[in-house]
Design a protein around this ligand. Structure first.
Ligand SMILES: [Fe+2]
Ligand SMILES: [Fe+2]
Length: 121
């Protein structure tokens, strides 16, 4: 099936993460970048979760569970690394890249298709 449109808000928000990964890869990690990442992720997850609730999305539980795992992992990384050093930066970059491949190109795409078929975009 040819896709004729995409879910603009979701795609735009995913682009933000892509830019953040580039930023993290390009320079030193610091507290403000990490805080921005956490705030961005929370804002984005809440928005997807609200859509799923509004639309009675059938796979809502597993999707929220995946978001919760991401939330917990970020918290864990912050606690495990006592400074924003190179090791933290690399670990974070790898984690986010995996997330992009596994979640954003995976179950987020399924959600996108579902929302696009609804009247509530
Ligand atoms: Fe997403
Ligand atoms: Fe998601």
């Amino acid at each position: 099936m040819i896709k004729t449109s995409e879910l603009i808000w979701q795609d735009t928000q995913h682009q933000v993460l892509l830019k953040m990964i580039d930023e993290i890869n390009a320079k030193e990690l610091d507290a403000s970048v990490f805080r921005r990442l956490c705030e961005y992720a929370e804002m984005h997850f809440v928005m997807e979760e609200e859509y799923m609730q509004q639309l009675n999305y059938p796979f809502i539980d597993e999707h929220i569970l995946a978001h919760d795992k991401f939330r917990a992992e970020l918290k864990c990384m912050r606690l495990e690394h006592h400074s924003y050093d190179e090791i933290f930066r690399i670990a974070l970059s790898e984690f986010l890249s995996e997330w992009l491949k596994g979640h954003i190109f995976g179950i987020d795409k399924q959600l996108e298709d579902f929302i696009l078929k609804s009247n509530f975009k």
